[in-house]
Design a protein around this ligand. Sequence first.
Ligand SMILES: C[S@@+](CC[C@H](N)C(=O)[O-])C[C@H]1O[C@@H](n2cnc3c(N)ncnc32)[C@H](O)[C@@H]1O
Length: 467
Amino acid sequence: MNEELKIAEPSGSEYVVKNRLQPADEVIHGWYRFVLGYPPHLVREYLKTLGADPTRDWVFDPFCGTATTPVEARLRGFSTLSTDANPISVLATKVKLSWDVNVDEIRSSLDDVLELAAACLRRVHLNPLAEVTRQLALFVPRAVKGEANDTGLTANTFDPNALLPPKMAALIPRGFISKKPLLRVLALRYAIERVVLRQTLRDFLALALANTIVTTAGNMGFGPEVYRLPPRDDADVLAAFAVTVSRMISDLETILTKQPPPSPPAHVFKDDARILSSLERRPSIGIVMTSPPYPNEKDYTRSTRLESVLLGLVKTKEELRTLKSSLLRSNTRNVFVGDDDDTSIKDIPSVVRVAEEIEERRRQLRKTSGFERLYHRVTRLYFGGMYRHFAVLLPRLRPGARCAYVVGDQMSFFRVHIKTAQLLADVAIKAGYEVEGIDLWRTRRSTTTRQDLEENVLILKRPDTTG
Ligand SMILES: C[S@@+](CC[C@H](N)C(=O)[O-])C[C@H]1O[C@@H](n2cnc3c(N)ncnc32)[C@H](O)[C@@H]1O
């Protein structure tokens, strides 16, 4: 077990105030979230601090995750650009910014989807309403309870094994979902794909299903790494899905009442932040607000694995490998032979020093596992990857543009203190940025070392004078 798992989120007021989703912010943000995402109020605060102006600035989040930045910025009238390399993040961000979706069409599709999913479940001899809890049953249309007329939709070709062949199922960590909830999820996915033709509607329902998988169907907890909970025999997946879709529809109606269309433009791309080719021919960026990964042994592909596989976003080992290789090297499970992001930080003494200290500590401790041998290397690759990101971003920024990077210090590698924000400041200077400051956002206490680890906001500027 690595030591990151022993770093506790403070349970006291600081955590609540600083990082929790405030109840008023549930609208849209709550549709699907990462435990390591930052809260909307941080975005609000930094849009002000950075002097962002909606009449002038496009806001960009290169590591958009679950879209906290673009959603919050758009709610404040900003045009936005977003990228992420993980397809589940791209799906979440697209859906959270599709405010022109036809809600009446979603409502009628929902009834058809539930009806077909219910028929599929009966076909495999499972009652559409789970035994375990029926308190949500009020929300389920009559179709699910078997009271509706046959609409002509057929469940005959529902084949769980075709939707989730053994090779695909093998990508899901053992015990993350039990058999009955799994069948319910697959029936919903099948029904969405059969019934809904318009891609924006499909995506909307797919995100509702992703939410249902994480909150209701799966046996997972997050703290902050994903872990397995005691298995549940069954779960009211269809009802939870129906409630989620209804909530999403009502959120959209609330937003559009407050902020009638047209909404500011919002473009979302699947892209590697070290490349950013999707930004070619896009407007120049005035504000960047983001939280990249940091070297902490967290595997984003694992914490989003269940929903990514069940929605068919990752189908094979090869696809998983390609996905991992498009991410910043922030953990030893996504280091590959031939990686060379470290070439660009060889002349940054602070980064080289911390990597050498990690390797030195490993030798002293006589640690010899393959993962432990990679700790110093992943640190170099991480900061080198961030150099590449800063370098490709710079020409996309307007002169004077300002950026906020939220990053945490780490002690995951033999307790060597990686002061992420300070090191990234050195990397950014080499890439041509001015460093305006490092603010403390909050602290997390390591239960292993009893030391407070800082989470900081690094403020950068594209100099006014460069080309
Ligand atoms: C800390 S999360 C961002 C959380 C986000 N601020 C939120 O509130 O949900 C970091 C994100 O960076 C993405 N990521 C990692 N490496 C990337 C890369 N090379 N290019 C683009 N995205 C990447 C991960 O997929 C993950 O979604």
